[in-house]
Write a protein that binds this ligand. Sequence first.
Ligand code: SAM
Length: 340
Amino acid sequence: MPIVEMTRAAAHAADSKAAVANAPESSSETADFYAEVMAGLTLPVKTLPCKYFYDERGSQLFDEICELDEYYPTRTEASIMERHAKEMAALLGPDCRLVEYGSGSSTKTRILLDSAPDLAAYVPVDISRVHLHKTAEGLRRRYPQLEILPVCADYTTPFALPEPARSASRTVAYFPGSTIGNFHPRQAQFFLAQIAALCGEGGGLLIGVDLKKDPDVLHAAYNDARGVTAAFNLNVLDRINQELRGEFDLDSFAHHAFYNEELGRIEMHLVSRKDQTVGICEGAVTFSAGETIHTECSYKYSREDFASLAESAGFQVSRFWTDPSKLFSVQYLTVAPVKE
Ligand SMILES: C[S@@+](CC[C@H](N)C(=O)[O-])C[C@H]1O[C@@H](n2cnc3c(N)ncnc32)[C@H](O)[C@@H]1O
């Protein structure tokens, strides 16, 4: 979605907050969820923010996606991490506060933690509360010497970072999984600039970035034969049913994912199989047959395009690691010195 549309959606969400009285619970998280759902579904091109995929079930389904034969990103990124873990850990240095954005099950993080025994603390940040805390418990058992400070937050909004008991010499962010691809390029620039500001001089960002490749490989990765990605996509409607008294019939929507070559991104949609009106709390949304809800983008980058994006956000690329087939990359970015 271009930035103009994004701004329109944000304004629309603010308007919809006026309808918060309709929201089923008084919690502000539920009210925000309702406002954003109604804002997105009443735009000319219907959208839902991809962060709402991740309730407990969504996080489990994402983990299943990571195990699929067709889903090359996870195993490829993990293989890059395994091959270069020592070098990556050396870049973090001693007494580093490692902050992971969108930590999920922290699976690839373990490869890094195994090679970096002298961190000041590990701070996993994720929106999926139950999954985050379960994962943190598992990590505490595996790394009893390491201080683990989970933060449940929406990382696109300001949140407080915990201070480790042992004082940290520097902060390095970790953002694997090519989750950066879920941001439109202008949003990605803004988001990376915020990370650069957080890490400050001497800090860095270790980031997983999916690379441009044969569209057939991409198509298979987002349209797996077992239908796990379809279930993950549809889960957002189920979540609306559970948390916002939605009335979506999941069989009346179909998963649709394709590579948009012009924009260099995978687009995931949910397509209405018929004309229908769906109640959500006190509201209702009308769909015509074939109309879609755009649920996620996953931008793919060339090495050069990502380097320019990083530079525009105040970083420089210090290391670039890839796999033999150049499917995926892990990059270490350092905060560029301020020009006099
Ligand atoms: C694509 S998954 C990646 C998970 C893991 N880092 C990996 O590489 O396998 C995205 C993760 O980011 C989290 N997430 C998505 N949007 C978020 C947001 N706005 N704020 C915080 N966490 C978010 C999700 O809950 C999920 O765990």
